[in-house]
Design a protein around this ligand. Structure first.
Ligand code: G4P
Length: 529
């Protein structure tokens, strides 16, 4: 059956990194190898530039770029690769977390000099919780950085991973000679100017041979032999099962900018990375090879043109095939929908396609039917799990600044929340609306977009909350829960899905509440079950 062959050859992954570690550069080099772009510089960085323009203009610029780079697809060897874009900036962390529900594996980029940074820790933690297979790429070996063993220790300790190197650097910075490829048993020599050319690879069958000395010089050869012996003693042999289960992470070294060590990683990646993986729904686990289509919305992107209110919903196909003009069931609305122009994504463009396969992402034009997390099926009544909302860090009341435009404001706020720009909480006590965001930047974006896309004006007022905790009542009928609701009345709200949330003003208050009402559980993530 050819559709199974198509599914099996798909590799859908995300590159995660702290800003500046080299995610954009690495992605670009992967696209070059896939022949998807012809020259470096074609992929624009989606990071927020500091200083140059006011914040919201910068966000608009970023939004434009991120439509183009949401999914970058290309063929390499016999595999179809889909790279899903994950913003590194912390104000967009939630976007990245949601995208991670749609990947089957990830590549983690770490700067050799800076080591493990804050955003890397957060993103890897989410991947670890979901047992997503990870490959680590240590970048910028052309610069002076930390010792390879120290770095691997740091990765294990700070990120809680179990690593094994599949390549090893020969020198570093000024003395960087190249990479020994443990996976393929050869040496790759660094010429310092391999930006455009594929570098020279020399097979070394025996590390003890004179061959190695001739290639890298005597001192580096001796050092490499010692280091590889240590690698052998300290790290486990690569085991694909362990990698696929999220229990072992192979490490590669290289320099994305110099296009060095990237091919080794990509060649290994296409061999070991998983094809589309099964996904849990509220009723069962769905296998990608099932004939019937199922998928879920992990991202919604508003049209950049304010005259067109339509949006693109990004759907990850979990199983089967998605066909143009075939009716599919929108489970939450219990309604059949047909899509006449589903988009598939390639390196720098999108195209209307007749058929897409599990592992692929399709972009569907939407006029307001979709929310993040919605499931589409061929008729089965199930909902995919795992699109979490995390507690925002900032909270503000939103007020209507133009009484004649209250409908527009409501609609605008509603749609921006569907897109996942921020979270809306409605206070139980008086129905006032509070917007929670991960970064302060989003308030500017919301205000700007409400005005330009919906013709509505809003002002903000500080709401003194520290964290939003989703409330789980282990026994909703007991006295304790009633008492909790009475005492905390002022701080209780409903999220967009009607779930009860406690907007606490301090860590202390969370701890006090937990000890006073032990049958009421508080969670920082909406999907706690
Ligand atoms: P990001 O997407 O993770 O934020 O990082 P990006 O690829 O934009 O890279 C951040 C900076 O690091 C860029 O420099 C980039 O050229 C540089 N870089 C990436 N890989 C390497 C490498 O292997 N070696 C060295 N030495 N530098 C590397 P920039 O000056 O911020 O930007 P640009 O002006 O070069 O675009």
């Amino acid at each position: 059956m050819s559709y199974i062959k198509e599914i099996d050859r798909r590799r859908t992954f995300g590159v995660i990194a702290h800003p500046d570690a080299g995610k954009t550069t690495l992605t670009e080099k992967l696209l070059l190898f896939g022949g998807a772009i012809q020259e470096a510089g074609a992929v624009k960085s989606n990071k927020i530039k500091k200083g140059a323009t006011s914040d919201f203009m910068e966000i608009e610029r970023q939004r434009g770029i991120s439509v183009a780079t949401s999914v970058l697809a290309f063929n390499y060897k016999d595999k179809k690769i889909n790279i899903l874009d994950t913003p590194g900036h912390k104000d967009f962390a939630e976007d990245t977390f949601r995208t991670l529900t749609a990947v089957d594996s990830v590549i983690v980029v770490i700067d050799v000099a800076k080591g493990v940074e804050e955003q890397t820790e957060k993103l890897v933690e989410v991947c670890r919780m979901r047992n997503i297979p990870m490959i680590v790429f240590i970048n910028k070996l052309d610069r002076e950085g930390k010792d390879a063993f120290d770095l691997m220790d740091e990765v294990e300790q700070k990120l809680g991973l179990h690593v094994t190197p599949l390549s090893f650097p020969i020198g570093m910075g000024y003395d960087f000679k190249g990479i020994y490829n443990i996976w393929e048993k050869n040496v790759n020599l660094f010429s310092g100017d391999s930006r455009k050319n594929i570098e020279e690879t020399i097979a070394i069958s025996d590390l003890e041979s004179q061959e190695l000395v001739d290639v890298v010089g005597e001192k580096p050869a001796i050092k490499l032999r010692e280091e590889l012996e240590l690698v052998h003693e300290v790290y486990p042999a690569f085991d694909r099962e362990a990698y696929l289960n999220g229990n072992l992470q192979p490490v590669f070294f290289g320099s994305a900018l110099n296009n060095f060590g990237v091919r080794e990683m990509l060649d290994c990646f296409v061999e070991i990375a998983p094809s589309p993986t099964p996904k849990e729904s509220d009723t069962r686990v769905v296998d990608p090879r099932e004939a019937k289509f199922s998928g879920f919305v992990f991202k919604i992107h508003a049209n950049m043109d304010p005259k067109h209110r339509d949006r693109i919903a990004f759907v990850k196909i979990v199983s089967g095939t998605f066909e143009r003009n075939k009716p599919y069931m929108h489970v939450r609305l219990n309604k059949n929908l047909k899509f006449s122009s589903p988009n598939a994504f390639f390196a720098e463009k999108k195209e209307i396609v007749d058929i897409s396969y599990a592992g692929d992402i399709v972009g569907l034009h939407d006029t307001g039917n979709f929310k993040i997390g919605d499931t589409l099926t061929e008729g089965e009544n199930m909902q995919f799990k795992g699109i979490p909302s995390f507690s925002p860090e900032h909270f503000r009341y939103v007020n209507n600044a133009d009484p004649l435009k209250s409908k527009q404001l409501e609609k605008g706020v509603d749609q921006l929340m569907d897109e996942g720009v921020a979270q809306l909480f409605t206070l139980e006590m008086n129905g006032r609306k509070v917007i929670g965001t991960v970064g302060a930047l989003q308030y500017e974006v919301i205000q700007y977009r409400l005005e330009h896309e919906y013709g509505a004006k809003c002002t903000y007022e500080n709401f003194p909350a520290y964290k939003a905790c989703w409330v789980e009542a282990t026994d909703p009928k007991n006295e304790e829960f009633a008492e909790f609701k009475r005492i905390k009345q002022k701080f209780l709200a409903k999220d967009k899905f009607g779930a009860l949330v406690f907007l606490s003003d301090s860590e202390f208050s969370i701890q006090m509440t937990q000890s006073k009402f032990p049958s009421v559980k508080l969670h920082y993530v909406s999907e706690y079950k």
